[in-house]
Design a protein around this ligand. Structure first.
Ligand code: TMP
Length: 247
């Protein structure tokens, strides 16, 4: 077997080319960044937790008919995926107002939105990941009108499923970020990860607005107890998956 070559060093993951064509091996790190890498740190055990949660959720979504890049979890921190060319977009879905939506619009944090809001941000740290309009997407040649519709529909389908799933874990899915990629045949696949790094997750059993935070906002906002929040999400997700498997 040839030695895997590092293809890409990301902020939270590295990507390697393994033995076979059209497959990548992603390695989940404990490194954490926020505010376009201005804030840097480590969340102990995060790599294993995010790899495990992402693998479980991508598998569940695939079972629901949503095509993803996931192939298998090959170790605690490694996920084998289909090779895709990532579309340089952060597709954000919001159910409840939080984060940049509140900062930019003045909406009150915690307000339930009248419908799930799908937004596109350009994946570009140097430009500060700006919010894009659909016309900007077209002008930048990132996606055609048909592809924008497809991305929106897929993101809303993921939201529908994940919102219910997390609700059954006593977790409110406030918002989350997805990335998509195209495989060698041009198929649009859900890619990257779905984890407490990429979702806002609030404990529905907790009323306190700081204590309820179970995601990377604990790191972004220096709320403490970051590791135990990630562990809590993993525990609830795996418990529900086991329960679903037994029914
Ligand atoms: P925002 O409110 O900061 O725009 O974030 C919306 C969602 O996207 C939230 O769940 C966190 C996630 N997110 C990422 O996964 N990566 C990022 O770089 C940013 C800015 C947000």
């Amino acid at each position: 077997m040839s030695t895997p070559q590092k293809l890409y060093e990301g902020k939270a993951k590295n990507v390697y080319t393994p033995e076979y064509d059209q497959e990548y091996l992603t390695y989940f790190k404990d490194d954490a960044t926020a505010f376009n890498a201005l804030k840097k740190g480590t969340i102990k055990g995060k790599g294993e937790i995010n790899c495990t949660i992402s693998s479980a959720l991508l598998k569940l979504l695939a079972d629901k008919g949503i095509e993803t890049h996931f192939l298998s979890q090959t170790s605690e921190r490694e996920m084998l995926v289909k090779a895709v060319k990532i579309i340089p977009l952060e597709v954000v879905v919001r159910n409840i107002a939080a984060g940049s939506l509140c900062k930019q619009t003045g909406l009150e944090e915690g307000l339930t939105l009248p419908f799930p809001l799908v937004e596109f941000y350009l994946k570009n740290d140097d430009l500060g990941d700006p919010l894009l309009t659909e016309d900007r997407l077209k002008i930048l040649n990132i996606a055609t009108s048909e592809e924008i519709e497809e991305l929106k529909n897929k993101a809303l389908k993921v939201n529908q499923y994940l919102r219910d799933f997390f609700a059954n874990c006593e977790i409110i899915l406030v918002d989350f970020k997805l990335e998509f990629g195209k495989d060698i045949n041009g198929n649009l696949l859900l890619a990257d990860e779905i984890s407490p790094d990429t979702c806002r997750l609030w404990d529905s059993l907790e009323q306190d607005t700081e204590k309820r935070v179970l995601d990377k906002d604990r790191f972004r906002r220096d709320l403490g107890k970051v590791e135990s929040a990630y562990q809590q999400v993993q525990k609830r997700v795996l418990t529900l998956i086991e329960k679903l498997g037994n029914t």
